[in-house]
Design a protein around this ligand. Sequence first.
Ligand SMILES: Nc1ncnc2c1ncn2[C@@H]1O[C@H](COP(=O)(O)OP(=O)(O)OP(=O)(O)O)[C@@H](O)[C@H]1O
Length: 464
Amino acid sequence: MHHAEEKEPQHLLEAYELMKAAFENAYEGIVITDKQGFILMMNETYAKFLRVQVNEVIGRHVTEVIENTRMHIVAQTGKAELAQVQQIRGGNMLVHRIPIIQDGQLVAVVGKVLFQDVKELYALSERVQQLEEELNYYKGELLKHAGVRYSLDDMIGNSPAMQKVKQMAKRVATSDTTVFIGGESGTGKEMLAHAIHQLSRRRLGPFVKVNCAAIPESLLESVLFGYAEGAFTGAVRGGRKGKFEMAHRGSIFLDEIGELSLPMQAKLLRVLQEKEIEPVGAVHPIKVDVRIIAASNRNLEQMVKENRFREDLYYRLNVVTITLPPLRERKEDIPELTHHLLEQLAHEIGIYAKGITPEAMECLLSYHWPGNIRELRNVLERSLHMMEGSVIQKEHLPYHFITHQSRDHHHYSLRMAIEQAERDHIQCILKITQGDREQAIRLLGISRASFYNKLKKYQLYSTY
Ligand SMILES: Nc1ncnc2c1ncn2[C@@H]1O[C@H](COP(=O)(O)OP(=O)(O)OP(=O)(O)O)[C@@H](O)[C@H]1O
């Protein structure tokens, strides 16, 4: 490091020129006074703004040159005044007044006008606010878009079958391989798709769900691949992005893929092969980087045999298959699932159950659950509404749980539905009359004999 006296005079001159340039080119107006308030320096920006000449104001007292100034006061107090509003030439300026202290002595005061007018500052702060609002909006949209709601930890169940599923999911998540999730309706296929995305390196990217069965065939192509401007009448200006493009750098979940028509299957196959999409009416294809997770409760292999599903697409999708076991094959998970779902439902519908009687649990365990976990959830929700007190009892379960014999499909019949409704209604009326059977008979408008027959049939004696 050089000492000042060792420096060439040339250096000093250069340094001075540089500082002068900085002083003159500053966006702010700058003025410097001595400790009495006489102007030592003023830059062109400030002079222009004040409509004075620099050489004319040097040496004059600051109060003669600048309205409402307090530079001379700061010179006395030695206290900086920052971000003050000062009216000059009809505008509200934002100013700093800074004392310069050397060896404990005040030697000068620097005044800076930060903005030509605070209106500019207001405009700037408004702009910042607007940008912040926009940012928050997009953050929210991104989260909605990212759409991930479940992780692997949310998937309840430690049965060997579920352990195997979870292990598989962890293993495939890290790669970009296409995954096919099979399993009956309500077994948690969508949940698993979320969890795989969450575990993958794409977790910060979007998770886009498409229910192939829910979108009308005529719209499916434009929903999946988007369309270019003017592709058809009614097309939005500038076109619209398809789900594949929305899922760029993330994952797309194609649910109920077995419902795709053969022409759509051909188009999907193209995307899988080329990794690019062709928006409807577009001239050029668009490259997309998307991980595909597909699911179906149909037996795709069987569909291939029947020529309803393309074999080549089947093999493309079937790189890794994870099959979720039906609930009846992992009954050991039912108690834990029940408690978990009851807790979830308590939050959602505000009815809290302390527990469930062993008898009622026995019914849940011996049922064959064609609708799997979704059905378990529905059954529990219904029972919460039926519950008297805070423990779920056998009587609070749907009728077919009490009567059902093994695996018949009797409970889907219309008769069973009518009986179910009848039982629910009588139970409800008994609740209203607080167990007063005479009053219930009157309200129901049936004979006493018929009423008692039904109480017996539906095992409603213990209701109140
Ligand atoms: N292991 C699990 N732990 C907790 N809840 C679960 C589990 N599996 C499924 N669920 C719940 O069951 C319901 C159905 O799950 P999901 O929608 O993932 O099933 P699905 O197999 O995709 O059904 P579908 O084939 O009818 O679309 C959801 O409410 C989900 O939260």
